[in-house]
Design a protein around this ligand. Sequence first.
Ligand code: T46
Length: 185
Amino acid sequence: MRINDFFISGVLEFVPVRIEDERGHFSEIFRREVFSERIGPVDFVQENESLSVRQGTIRGIHFQTAPFAQGKLVRCVAGAIFDVAVDLRINSPTFGQHVCLELSSRSGNQLWIPAGFGHAFCTLTPNSLVSYKVTERYSQAHDAGVIWDDDDIAISWPSVADPDTLSPKDRNQPRLSALDERQLF
Ligand SMILES: Cc1cn([C@H]2C[C@H](O)[C@@H](COP(=O)(O)OP(=O)(O)O[C@H]3O[C@H](C)C(=O)[C@H](O)[C@H]3O)O2)c(=O)[nH]c1=O
């Protein structure tokens, strides 16, 4: 497992080893001891899957507020996505800054996004299937977000990004500057 870090502390890329043979490949996509050596003890309590049939589908920027803030281990099982993690930790020196990374079924890479971050992605292919483990269960009452094209966060979305694909919820997310500190981490 190769592990890469970024300029924002806590966010990591995991790239599992693929053992190829004439049938295809085998890969250990998660082994707790490898993960906890680097991240510390985490308990994944739920795993999600989302299929986006259209290239350019934008989902997010989402997070859950305390006490249901989620760490997420994200991978793209089919297709490819432009994945984004936004630092929403109030006291972080990189507050409001983001990491973006292509996740794809071809590379098998994964992004670890700690609690305290917003998460969003844009699909780069049709029928992109995203699977992610989370460290807290879903709580609709704690589901929150920031608008995808927030000026202060200033994500350079890929040219295929299509705002027409936004869910009604995502069309109406608040700007980062409009969020009350109690809604953040
Ligand atoms: C997240 C979630 C949603 N739902 C229900 C709520 C809605 O009825 C339906 C679709 O939810 P939503 O529109 O929030 O799905 P996405 O737009 O894919 O949101 C996700 O995408 C971004 C990128 C994320 O990182 C979050 O995990 C998550 O918010 O699934 C559940 O039943 N359980 C859940 O854990």
